[in-house]
Design a protein around this ligand. Structure first.
Ligand SMILES: Nc1ncnc2c1ncn2[C@@H]1O[C@H](COP(=O)(O)OP(=O)(O)OP(=O)(O)O)[C@@H](O)[C@H]1O
Length: 337
Protein backbone atom coordinates (compact mmCIF):
# COMPACT_ATOMS: atom_id res chain seq x y z
CA UNK A 1 0.00 0.00 0.00
CA UNK A 2 1.28 3.47 -0.89
CA UNK A 3 -0.11 6.13 1.41
CA UNK A 4 0.34 9.72 0.33
CA UNK A 5 -0.81 12.20 2.94
CA UNK A 6 -1.05 16.00 2.62
CA UNK A 7 1.87 15.98 0.21
CA UNK A 8 3.11 19.30 -1.15
CA UNK A 9 6.03 20.23 -3.36
CA UNK A 10 6.67 23.94 -3.64
CA UNK A 11 9.21 25.30 -6.11
CA UNK A 12 10.71 28.66 -5.26
CA UNK A 13 12.57 30.37 -8.07
CA UNK A 14 13.77 33.98 -8.35
CA UNK A 15 10.65 34.90 -10.30
CA UNK A 16 7.92 32.94 -8.55
CA UNK A 17 6.71 30.37 -6.08
CA UNK A 18 4.86 27.42 -7.65
CA UNK A 19 2.90 24.73 -5.89
CA UNK A 20 3.86 21.77 -8.10
CA UNK A 21 1.96 19.42 -5.77
CA UNK A 22 -0.64 21.02 -3.55
CA UNK A 23 -1.73 19.05 -0.51
CA UNK A 24 -2.36 15.71 -2.22
CA UNK A 25 -3.61 12.67 -0.31
CA UNK A 26 -4.01 9.33 -2.09
CA UNK A 27 -4.01 5.67 -1.13
CA UNK A 28 -2.75 3.24 -3.76
CA UNK A 29 -3.53 -0.39 -3.03
CA UNK A 30 -0.90 -3.10 -3.33
CA UNK A 31 -1.13 -4.88 -6.68
CA UNK A 32 -3.16 -2.28 -8.54
CA UNK A 33 -2.31 -0.19 -11.59
CA UNK A 34 -2.98 3.41 -10.66
CA UNK A 35 -3.03 6.16 -13.29
CA UNK A 36 -2.52 9.87 -12.67
CA UNK A 37 -3.83 12.03 -15.50
CA UNK A 38 -3.53 15.74 -16.15
CA UNK A 39 -2.47 18.32 -18.68
CA UNK A 40 1.06 19.63 -18.88
CA UNK A 41 1.92 21.53 -15.70
CA UNK A 42 -0.75 19.80 -13.58
CA UNK A 43 1.91 18.40 -11.24
CA UNK A 44 2.03 14.74 -12.32
CA UNK A 45 5.82 14.54 -12.69
CA UNK A 46 6.37 16.38 -9.43
CA UNK A 47 4.06 13.95 -7.64
CA UNK A 48 5.50 10.74 -9.09
CA UNK A 49 9.06 11.96 -8.54
CA UNK A 50 8.22 12.63 -4.90
CA UNK A 51 7.21 8.99 -4.51
CA UNK A 52 10.81 7.80 -4.77
CA UNK A 53 12.25 11.05 -3.43
CA UNK A 54 13.82 12.00 -6.75
CA UNK A 55 12.09 15.22 -5.78
CA UNK A 56 12.16 16.11 -2.09
CA UNK A 57 8.64 16.91 -0.89
CA UNK A 58 8.20 20.24 0.88
CA UNK A 59 5.76 18.72 3.36
CA UNK A 60 3.52 15.71 3.92
CA UNK A 61 4.04 12.02 4.22
CA UNK A 62 4.73 9.06 1.92
CA UNK A 63 4.46 5.58 3.33
CA UNK A 64 5.18 2.46 1.29
CA UNK A 65 4.10 -0.74 3.02
CA UNK A 66 4.06 1.18 6.27
CA UNK A 67 7.59 2.61 5.88
CA UNK A 68 7.66 6.40 6.12
CA UNK A 69 10.11 7.23 3.33
CA UNK A 70 10.77 10.76 4.50
CA UNK A 71 11.98 9.56 7.88
CA UNK A 72 14.53 7.12 6.39
CA UNK A 73 18.18 8.02 6.02
CA UNK A 74 21.37 6.41 4.64
CA UNK A 75 21.35 2.68 4.01
CA UNK A 76 17.69 2.23 4.98
CA UNK A 77 16.63 4.89 2.50
CA UNK A 78 18.76 3.34 -0.28
CA UNK A 79 17.22 -0.07 0.43
CA UNK A 80 13.70 1.33 0.37
CA UNK A 81 14.39 3.10 -2.94
CA UNK A 82 15.64 -0.13 -4.51
CA UNK A 83 12.13 -1.47 -4.00
CA UNK A 84 10.77 1.33 -6.22
CA UNK A 85 11.63 0.92 -9.91
CA UNK A 86 11.07 3.71 -12.40
CA UNK A 87 10.80 4.05 -16.17
CA UNK A 88 10.91 7.29 -18.14
CA UNK A 89 9.50 8.82 -21.31
CA UNK A 90 12.97 9.09 -22.89
CA UNK A 91 14.21 5.78 -21.46
CA UNK A 92 17.42 7.22 -19.85
CA UNK A 93 19.65 4.38 -21.09
CA UNK A 94 23.44 4.73 -21.07
CA UNK A 95 24.33 5.00 -24.75
CA UNK A 96 27.93 3.79 -24.37
CA UNK A 97 26.88 0.55 -22.68
CA UNK A 98 25.34 -2.54 -24.25
CA UNK A 99 21.83 -3.61 -23.30
CA UNK A 100 23.35 -6.27 -21.04
CA UNK A 101 25.54 -3.69 -19.32
CA UNK A 102 22.67 -1.21 -18.93
CA UNK A 103 20.75 -3.78 -16.92
CA UNK A 104 23.77 -5.19 -15.09
CA UNK A 105 24.60 -1.64 -14.00
CA UNK A 106 21.42 -1.50 -11.87
CA UNK A 107 22.30 -4.84 -10.27
CA UNK A 108 25.86 -3.78 -9.50
CA UNK A 109 24.60 -0.51 -8.01
CA UNK A 110 22.56 -2.65 -5.61
CA UNK A 111 25.67 -4.70 -4.78
CA UNK A 112 24.34 -7.93 -6.35
CA UNK A 113 27.08 -10.62 -6.21
CA UNK A 114 28.88 -10.85 -9.58
CA UNK A 115 28.07 -14.56 -9.81
CA UNK A 116 24.33 -13.80 -9.97
CA UNK A 117 24.37 -10.99 -12.51
CA UNK A 118 24.50 -12.96 -15.75
CA UNK A 119 21.59 -15.20 -14.72
CA UNK A 120 19.45 -12.29 -13.60
CA UNK A 121 20.08 -10.18 -16.74
CA UNK A 122 19.27 -13.19 -18.92
CA UNK A 123 16.02 -13.72 -17.02
CA UNK A 124 15.07 -10.06 -17.35
CA UNK A 125 15.84 -9.91 -21.07
CA UNK A 126 13.66 -12.96 -21.62
CA UNK A 127 10.85 -11.43 -19.62
CA UNK A 128 10.79 -8.30 -21.80
CA UNK A 129 11.29 -10.23 -25.06
CA UNK A 130 14.80 -8.99 -25.90
CA UNK A 131 16.94 -12.08 -25.33
CA UNK A 132 18.58 -11.61 -28.76
CA UNK A 133 19.58 -7.98 -28.10
CA UNK A 134 21.88 -8.39 -25.12
CA UNK A 135 25.05 -7.27 -26.90
CA UNK A 136 23.73 -4.38 -28.96
CA UNK A 137 23.79 -0.68 -28.01
CA UNK A 138 20.69 1.45 -27.31
CA UNK A 139 21.09 3.36 -30.60
CA UNK A 140 20.46 0.09 -32.46
CA UNK A 141 17.03 -0.37 -30.85
CA UNK A 142 13.58 1.03 -31.67
CA UNK A 143 11.78 3.21 -29.12
CA UNK A 144 9.63 0.31 -27.95
CA UNK A 145 12.69 -1.92 -27.53
CA UNK A 146 14.48 0.82 -25.58
CA UNK A 147 11.52 1.05 -23.24
CA UNK A 148 11.64 -2.72 -22.77
CA UNK A 149 15.25 -2.35 -21.66
CA UNK A 150 14.11 0.45 -19.33
CA UNK A 151 11.52 -1.93 -17.87
CA UNK A 152 14.07 -4.76 -17.46
CA UNK A 153 16.44 -2.38 -15.69
CA UNK A 154 13.66 -1.08 -13.43
CA UNK A 155 12.74 -4.65 -12.45
CA UNK A 156 16.32 -5.77 -11.88
CA UNK A 157 16.23 -5.49 -8.10
CA UNK A 158 12.76 -7.01 -7.65
CA UNK A 159 10.88 -3.82 -6.78
CA UNK A 160 7.42 -3.93 -5.22
CA UNK A 161 6.44 -0.67 -6.95
CA UNK A 162 7.05 0.46 -10.52
CA UNK A 163 6.69 4.17 -11.32
CA UNK A 164 6.08 5.03 -14.98
CA UNK A 165 6.73 8.63 -15.99
CA UNK A 166 4.95 9.14 -19.35
CA UNK A 167 6.45 5.79 -20.36
CA UNK A 168 4.63 5.53 -23.67
CA UNK A 169 4.39 9.19 -24.69
CA UNK A 170 7.29 8.94 -27.14
CA UNK A 171 5.92 5.79 -28.81
CA UNK A 172 3.53 5.16 -31.71
CA UNK A 173 0.09 3.70 -30.91
CA UNK A 174 0.96 0.06 -31.71
CA UNK A 175 4.19 0.14 -29.72
CA UNK A 176 2.34 1.90 -26.90
CA UNK A 177 -0.13 -0.96 -26.80
CA UNK A 178 2.60 -3.61 -26.67
CA UNK A 179 4.38 -1.78 -23.82
CA UNK A 180 1.11 -1.38 -21.91
CA UNK A 181 0.43 -5.10 -22.31
CA UNK A 182 3.91 -5.89 -21.01
CA UNK A 183 3.29 -3.63 -18.00
CA UNK A 184 -0.02 -5.36 -17.31
CA UNK A 185 1.67 -8.76 -17.53
CA UNK A 186 4.34 -7.63 -15.07
CA UNK A 187 1.64 -6.29 -12.76
CA UNK A 188 -0.27 -9.57 -12.82
CA UNK A 189 2.58 -12.08 -12.83
CA UNK A 190 5.03 -10.34 -10.52
CA UNK A 191 2.32 -8.66 -8.42
CA UNK A 192 4.04 -5.30 -8.72
CA UNK A 193 2.04 -2.17 -7.93
CA UNK A 194 2.25 0.22 -10.87
CA UNK A 195 1.79 3.99 -10.64
CA UNK A 196 1.81 5.75 -13.97
CA UNK A 197 1.42 9.32 -15.06
CA UNK A 198 0.10 10.22 -18.47
CA UNK A 199 -1.80 12.89 -20.36
CA UNK A 200 -3.51 10.19 -22.44
CA UNK A 201 -6.80 8.71 -21.27
CA UNK A 202 -6.28 5.80 -23.68
CA UNK A 203 -3.39 4.60 -21.55
CA UNK A 204 -5.53 4.71 -18.42
CA UNK A 205 -8.42 3.00 -20.17
CA UNK A 206 -6.12 0.23 -21.36
CA UNK A 207 -4.45 -0.85 -18.12
CA UNK A 208 -5.39 1.10 -15.01
CA UNK A 209 -7.65 -0.15 -12.24
CA UNK A 210 -8.03 3.22 -10.55
CA UNK A 211 -7.09 6.75 -11.45
CA UNK A 212 -6.76 10.31 -10.24
CA UNK A 213 -7.06 13.53 -12.20
CA UNK A 214 -4.75 16.42 -11.37
CA UNK A 215 -5.11 20.11 -12.01
CA UNK A 216 -2.97 22.93 -10.58
CA UNK A 217 -1.12 20.55 -8.29
CA UNK A 218 -4.31 19.13 -6.76
CA UNK A 219 -6.16 15.85 -7.21
CA UNK A 220 -9.61 16.96 -8.34
CA UNK A 221 -11.21 13.54 -8.83
CA UNK A 222 -10.25 9.92 -8.18
CA UNK A 223 -11.86 6.51 -8.35
CA UNK A 224 -12.14 3.24 -10.27
CA UNK A 225 -11.48 3.82 -13.97
CA UNK A 226 -14.85 2.40 -14.99
CA UNK A 227 -16.70 4.61 -12.49
CA UNK A 228 -14.85 7.71 -13.65
CA UNK A 229 -15.57 6.93 -17.32
CA UNK A 230 -19.22 6.18 -16.67
CA UNK A 231 -19.90 9.00 -14.20
CA UNK A 232 -17.31 11.77 -14.38
CA UNK A 233 -18.02 14.62 -12.01
CA UNK A 234 -15.56 17.38 -12.87
CA UNK A 235 -15.56 19.30 -16.15
CA UNK A 236 -11.90 18.51 -16.71
CA UNK A 237 -12.57 14.79 -16.26
CA UNK A 238 -15.34 14.97 -18.85
CA UNK A 239 -12.95 16.73 -21.20
CA UNK A 240 -10.35 13.98 -20.81
CA UNK A 241 -12.95 11.30 -21.39
CA UNK A 242 -14.21 12.96 -24.53
CA UNK A 243 -10.66 12.68 -25.89
CA UNK A 244 -11.12 8.89 -25.90
CA UNK A 245 -14.79 8.66 -26.57
CA UNK A 246 -15.27 11.32 -29.17
CA UNK A 247 -18.07 11.60 -31.68
CA UNK A 248 -16.97 13.13 -34.89
CA UNK A 249 -20.37 13.70 -36.42
CA UNK A 250 -19.81 15.76 -39.59
CA UNK A 251 -20.73 19.40 -38.96
CA UNK A 252 -22.91 19.36 -42.10
CA UNK A 253 -25.13 16.79 -40.36
CA UNK A 254 -25.08 18.57 -37.01
CA UNK A 255 -26.02 21.84 -38.74
CA UNK A 256 -29.10 20.16 -40.16
CA UNK A 257 -30.29 19.16 -36.69
CA UNK A 258 -32.98 21.43 -35.35
CA UNK A 259 -33.65 19.54 -32.11
CA UNK A 260 -31.67 19.17 -28.93
CA UNK A 261 -28.54 17.05 -29.18
CA UNK A 262 -27.79 14.91 -26.17
CA UNK A 263 -24.97 12.59 -25.29
CA UNK A 264 -25.94 9.57 -23.20
CA UNK A 265 -23.69 7.13 -21.40
CA UNK A 266 -24.98 3.89 -19.93
CA UNK A 267 -23.41 0.90 -18.25
CA UNK A 268 -23.64 -2.47 -19.97
CA UNK A 269 -24.16 -3.33 -23.61
CA UNK A 270 -27.85 -4.16 -23.74
CA UNK A 271 -29.57 -1.37 -21.84
CA UNK A 272 -28.96 1.32 -24.45
CA UNK A 273 -31.62 0.39 -26.96
CA UNK A 274 -34.12 0.11 -24.14
CA UNK A 275 -33.41 3.65 -23.00
CA UNK A 276 -33.97 5.06 -26.49
CA UNK A 277 -37.12 3.11 -27.33
CA UNK A 278 -38.70 3.63 -23.90
CA UNK A 279 -38.03 7.37 -24.07
CA UNK A 280 -39.52 7.72 -27.53
CA UNK A 281 -42.56 5.65 -26.52
CA UNK A 282 -43.26 7.48 -23.29
CA UNK A 283 -42.86 11.05 -24.49
CA UNK A 284 -44.25 12.81 -27.48
CA UNK A 285 -40.89 13.36 -29.13
CA UNK A 286 -38.89 12.14 -32.10
CA UNK A 287 -35.44 10.75 -31.52
CA UNK A 288 -32.80 10.59 -34.24
CA UNK A 289 -29.81 8.41 -33.57
CA UNK A 290 -26.62 10.25 -34.66
CA UNK A 291 -23.80 8.13 -33.31
CA UNK A 292 -23.17 5.29 -30.91
CA UNK A 293 -20.42 3.04 -29.65
CA UNK A 294 -19.51 0.64 -26.90
CA UNK A 295 -16.18 1.11 -25.17
CA UNK A 296 -14.71 -1.72 -23.13
CA UNK A 297 -13.05 -0.56 -19.94
CA UNK A 298 -11.45 -3.34 -17.92
CA UNK A 299 -13.51 -5.58 -20.23
CA UNK A 300 -16.77 -4.10 -18.94
CA UNK A 301 -18.88 -2.46 -21.64
CA UNK A 302 -19.78 1.22 -21.46
CA UNK A 303 -22.30 2.37 -24.06
CA UNK A 304 -22.34 5.90 -25.40
CA UNK A 305 -24.65 7.45 -27.95
CA UNK A 306 -25.52 10.80 -29.41
CA UNK A 307 -29.14 11.65 -30.23
CA UNK A 308 -31.18 14.48 -31.56
CA UNK A 309 -34.47 14.96 -29.68
CA UNK A 310 -37.22 16.86 -31.46
CA UNK A 311 -40.55 18.01 -30.11
CA UNK A 312 -42.21 20.37 -27.70
CA UNK A 313 -39.68 21.94 -25.32
CA UNK A 314 -41.35 20.62 -22.18
CA UNK A 315 -41.64 17.09 -23.57
CA UNK A 316 -37.98 17.14 -24.55
CA UNK A 317 -37.06 18.31 -21.01
CA UNK A 318 -39.09 15.47 -19.51
CA UNK A 319 -37.50 12.96 -21.88
CA UNK A 320 -34.03 14.16 -20.89
CA UNK A 321 -34.74 13.85 -17.20
CA UNK A 322 -36.21 10.38 -17.78
CA UNK A 323 -33.07 9.33 -19.65
CA UNK A 324 -30.96 10.82 -16.84
CA UNK A 325 -32.72 8.54 -14.37
CA UNK A 326 -31.73 5.48 -16.42
CA UNK A 327 -28.33 6.37 -17.83
CA UNK A 328 -25.18 7.22 -15.92
CA UNK A 329 -24.68 10.50 -17.76
CA UNK A 330 -26.87 12.62 -19.99
CA UNK A 331 -25.35 15.77 -21.33
CA UNK A 332 -27.00 18.34 -23.59
CA UNK A 333 -24.49 19.14 -26.31
CA UNK A 334 -26.60 21.55 -28.34
CA UNK A 335 -29.86 23.21 -27.40
CA UNK A 336 -31.16 23.32 -30.96
CA UNK A 337 -33.04 26.10 -32.73
N1 LIG B 1 12.27 22.35 -10.93
C1 LIG B 1 11.24 23.19 -11.00
N2 LIG B 1 11.39 24.50 -10.69
C2 LIG B 1 10.34 25.35 -10.75
N3 LIG B 1 9.11 25.02 -11.10
C3 LIG B 1 8.90 23.73 -11.43
C4 LIG B 1 9.93 22.75 -11.41
N4 LIG B 1 9.44 21.56 -11.78
C5 LIG B 1 8.13 21.76 -12.04
N5 LIG B 1 7.80 23.07 -11.83
C6 LIG B 1 6.46 23.67 -11.98
O1 LIG B 1 5.54 22.89 -11.22
C7 LIG B 1 4.31 22.75 -11.92
C8 LIG B 1 4.02 21.27 -12.12
O2 LIG B 1 4.97 20.75 -13.03
P1 LIG B 1 5.09 19.19 -13.39
O3 LIG B 1 6.24 19.01 -14.32
O4 LIG B 1 5.05 18.41 -12.16
O5 LIG B 1 3.70 18.98 -14.19
P2 LIG B 1 3.29 17.81 -15.18
O6 LIG B 1 1.85 17.60 -14.99
O7 LIG B 1 4.18 16.66 -14.99
O8 LIG B 1 3.57 18.46 -16.58
P3 LIG B 1 4.50 17.92 -17.78
O9 LIG B 1 3.79 16.73 -18.35
O10 LIG B 1 4.56 19.07 -18.74
O11 LIG B 1 5.83 17.60 -17.15
C9 LIG B 1 4.46 23.54 -13.22
O12 LIG B 1 3.92 24.81 -13.03
C10 LIG B 1 5.96 23.61 -13.41
O13 LIG B 1 6.31 24.78 -14.11
Amino acid sequence: MIQIKDLSKIYTTKERVVKGVDNVSLNITTGEVFGIVGYSGAGKSSLIRCLNLLEKPTSGEIKIDGLNLMKLRGRKLRQARLKIGMIFQHFHLISQKTIYENIAFALRAAKTPASQINKRVTELLEMVGLADKRDVYPAQLSGGQKQRVGIARALANNPSVLLCDEATSALDPNTTLSILRLLKKINKELKITIVLITHEMNVVKEICDRMAIMQDGKVIEEGAVYDIFSGPKEELTKEFISSVVSFDVPSAILNKCTGRIVKVMYKGDVAGEGIISDTVQQYNIKGNFLHGSIEYIQEIPLGIFLMELQGDNQEVEKAISYMSSRASLVEVIDHGN
